[in-house]
Design a binder for this molecule. Structure first.
Ligand code: NAD
Length: 506
């Protein structure tokens, strides 16, 4: 089967079932973050390409077969896509690793999770009742509530989990019977392009799936404001998410926003009373903060540790963080890849500099790896960094760094721990570590975050909703609510014995 490498490389815009170059003819080089060298060229779409893609998706929704395709057939297609993802796991895992800089094992796990999302939404729609009959209080009325697709969906995704974030939108959008146009991050479009090819291979009718590669301020903005788009689902940063919401407002389209996080990892001393407990909590704090070099919306970037435990915990954490093996994602034994771009690394460096200026104490990292340590130097690498003695007024504690930077704050009471953990404008995720079951439930109940882990960090389930409180967003992905985003609800009231009302006498 033909894959993108065999195609005309620049034709990465998918409209009405055709692969096209940008209307302007512009292209963009896609860089490998491990060596800063280009490894692919894609079309650089703009407003015109977005317009063209929306028109095709509108046509496919208004006149094509997909919205009326029986649910069982839609579910079967989603399952075929999952099968193709399993078949192509190695190829796609490698591509994700190269594009986003993650280790190839992380890339493979991402592909497994993408397949899980397709399977989950297939099972969810297949098991549903076709409508909810409502008791109207009289046998003369048949009243039913049904769900219908929203229409044309604009899906805008970030660079850190390019295909996973795409799948959390594409799978429910298709399951519900919508057509869509996706705009992946301009710096990591490769696996989204590959997925659109797989959708066609699985038998999705032409025009249902649209793709425009290109920048946010042109392609993304056009999709968000377009009157023929019925829903925009956006995953990305707070600043861009705010613009998307503003652009969508005049046409009152449905908006779902999955934005950033500043996620607390609260460790009570009792969790570390045994050596095993200590080892587990440190190990998971390391994972929480540094997996994918911290470029994770739910990264546990704020360690909030009970004061008597702090020195021992942070010393061990820094010792282990220093040993994390950086390198190209495909390298043998590599545990962490580079940051995604020079711009991202510069942002991280600026945060670390500001933290040190504000009084943070550097416990490890805080720099690019030096060549003398036989670590890579041409890619966008940055050492895992632990900043001790942080406090809530520091920018590095308040704002999303999105890099391998962990800040350390301390508390003395449960009340203080909760107050610190909730002291953020975000509210995506957080964790509490304790062996006291009552405390675990109390703290979990009080945390104002969309996901709360007790004695764990990072796992999610496709059947459980994912999303944020506060400025981490609106709406939910995954779970039944993640499907509901892509639907309109309609009440059909049928009078079985119509008679005149005689409200008006004349
Ligand atoms: P970003 O906001 O810079 O870009 C995200 C996407 O939006 C890209 O495709 C970009 O081109 C597009 N975009 C940018 N400006 C736009 C505009 N004005 N209109 C329409 N689209 C526009 O984010 P990023 O740097 O790619 O990703 C990192 C961010 O994503 C972090 O803040 C992270 O927390 C967040 N994120 C959140 C979740 C979640 O589930 N809540 C998951 C992954 C990433």
């Amino acid at each position: 089967m033909a894959h993108r490498t065999e195609r005309q490389a620049r034709a990465t815009i998918h409209v009405g079932g055709e692969w096209l170059e940008a209307v302007s003819g512009a292209t963009r080089e896609i860089l490998d973050p491990a060596d800063a060298r280009p490894f692919a060229v894609v079309a650089e779409g703009d407003e015109k390409d977005a317009e063209r893609a929306v028109a095709a998706a509108r046509q496919a929704f208004d006149h094509g077969p997909w919205p009326g395709t029986p649910v069982a057939e839609r579910a079967a297609l989603l399952r075929r896509v999952a099968g193709l993802l399993v078949r192509d796991r190695e190829r796609l895992g490698l591509l994700e690793s190269r594009d986003a800089g993650k280790t190839v094992e992380e890339g493979r796990v991402d592909i497994d999770c993408v397949a899980d999302a397709f399977r989950y939404f297939a099972d969810l729609v297949a098991a549903e009742a076709p409508g909810r009959v409502v008791d109207a209080g009289t046998p003369d009325v048949h009243s039913v509530v049904v769900h219908e697709p929203v229409g044309v969906c604009a899906l805008i995704t970030p660079w850190n989990y390019p295909l996973l974030q795409a799948s959390w939108k594409i799978a429910p959008a298709l399951a519900a019977g919508n057509t869509f146009v996706i705009k992946p991050s301009e710096i990591t479009p490769m696996t989204t392009i590959a997925l659109i090819e797989l959708l066609a291979e699985a038998g999705l009718p032409a025009g249902v799936a649209g793709l425009v590669t290109g920048p946010g301020h042109t392609v993304g903005a056009t999709l968000a404001e377009h009157p023929d788009v019925d829903l925009v689902s956006f995953t990305g940063g707070l600043a861009s998410g705010t613009k998307v919401a503003q652009a969508a407002a005049p046409t009152v389209k449905k908006v779902a926003l999955e934005l950033g996080g500043k996620n607390p990892n609260v460790v009570f001393a009792d969790a570390c009373a045994t050596e095993e407990g200590f080892d587990t909590a440190v190990d998971q704090a390391l994972n929480a903060a540094f997996i994918h070099s911290g470029q994770v919306c739910s990264a546990g970037s704020r360690l909030i540790v009970e004061e008597p435990l702090r020195e021992r915990f942070v010393t061990e954490l820094a010792r282990r963080a220093e040993k994390i093996r950086l390198g190209r994602g495909t390298g043998e034994g590599v545990e962490c890849g580079p940051l995604v771009s020079e711009q991202q690394r510069a942002k991280v460096e600026a945060y670390v500099a500001s933290a040190l200026a504000e009084g943070a104490v550097l416990r490890c990292g805080g720099k690019r790896p030096s060549p003398a340590e036989n670590r890579p130097e041409s890619g966008y690498f940055y050492e895992p960094t632990v900043l001790d003695a942080c406090h809530r007024e520091m920018r590095v504690v308040r704002e999303e760094v999105f890099g391998p930077v962990l800040t350390v704050e301390t508390f003395r009471t449960e009340e203080e721990a909760v107050a610190l953990a909730n002291d953020t404008e975000y509210g995506l995720a957080g964790a509490v570590w304790t062996t006291d079951a009552g405390r675990a439930r109390r703290v979990a109940g009080r945390l104002r975050h969309g996901t709360v882990w007790i004695n764990d960090f990072h796992p999610y389930l496709p059947q459980a909703e994912w999303g944020g409180f506060g400025r981490s967003g609106t709406g939910r992905e995954l779970g039944p609510a993640g499907l509901a985003e892509y639907r309109e609800t309609k009440h059909v009231y049928q009078n079985l014995a119509p008679k005149p009302v005689r409200w008006f006498a004349g």
